[in-house]
Design a protein around this ligand. Sequence first.
Ligand code: IZC
Ligand code: ZN
Length: 414
Amino acid sequence: MANRLVISNIGLLATPLGKTARAGADQGRISLRTGAYLAAEDGVITALGNGIPPRELLEGARHIDAGGRLVTPGLVDAHTHLVFGGWREHELALKRRGVSYLDILAQGGGILSTVRQTREASQEALTEKAAQALARMLCLGVTTCEAKSGYGLDQATELKQLAAVRTLAARQPVELVSTYLGAHALPPEYKDDREGYLRLMTREMIPMVSREGLAEFCDVFCETGVFTAAEAEEILRAAQAHGLKAKIHTDEIDAIGGTELAGWLQAVSAEHLIAATDRGIDALARGGTVAVLLPATSFYLGKPYARARNMIAAGVPVAAASDYNPGSCPSLNLQLVMNLACWNYKMSPEEVLTAVTLNAAAAVCRADRLGSLEPGKQADLVIWDAPNLDYIFYRFGENLVKTVIKAGMPVSEK
Ligand code: IZC
Ligand code: ZN
């Protein structure tokens, strides 16, 4: 028996359309259908319509009355550091005194503090902690989540993180996308041997991660005092040669050429981009690279906001993500990210919706299957405690999600 679902009485069904990222004016052109219904079979959307669903659709189907509420695609969090040991609340006082993120890292804190705590944690403890975070994300409307390694920086711990993601992918509803981020910081053992760590990543870790199918993407933290653009190029070219797709954290603090590099390498996505230059933005547009912007990190570090409007004007598809991590963004709330994107990037509600659904799905190479509500796409969706799209940007600071559906199954209900 097919597993069928019908959602009727949808006040407003708001969704971008298509199987690829939306750029320029198209980012804000979404489909708005009032008084709608949606039907799915075996997790895939089969029909959308207006008014009362036909009787043959309802027969034998699970029926949810949306009560006139807003329905959107499930949210896709395209950038998280999901698996980590410990927290870094001891850095709060330093940050309040004005010590910068990069200075804390240079003093052996920051990422390296989380590396120590992640190396010490068991795989079970890491998995359990990440499972709790995923359960909270799901209640907030997230149905797909990217997860990076990068708190091991040695073979055993990187594998421990990637294995935790693999375990979680099989045991809870949020679909996970795995990224190898060995180039997150220089490990203490290689403090005086950068070349040696680059060799370890490009000759051993990347080939192994690819061979074992432990990640789809490879990412690099390309920033002053971390990895240079030339080093990022070497790592990402090795990754691409081994079939891993490229992502890059870059130009968060200084413009050091990483945005340009992302475009030249036709990286799938480039993240942060606060300091990206006009030339970098043009390179992204030419490379077809999705800009993944992280407004909650700007908020938390007291940094400027990335120039989203310039990116949209240049034809770069913009996505927005949480950057959930224990240092620069200890929040996993993608609804807060949506509010911040609206007010601080000056993006319209329609543009932001695309940024956390279809464009975010494109940033993890899943736009063919996820990120919009139309026949043929997976039935991942959110029923909001809201009558229209503006409402979820107008209210903020509390969870406005009522029901979350993943692949046609209700998985969270308030
Ligand atoms: O743990 O600080 N920016 N990596 C790059 C991070 C933030 C995560 C962290
Ligand atoms: Zn990050």
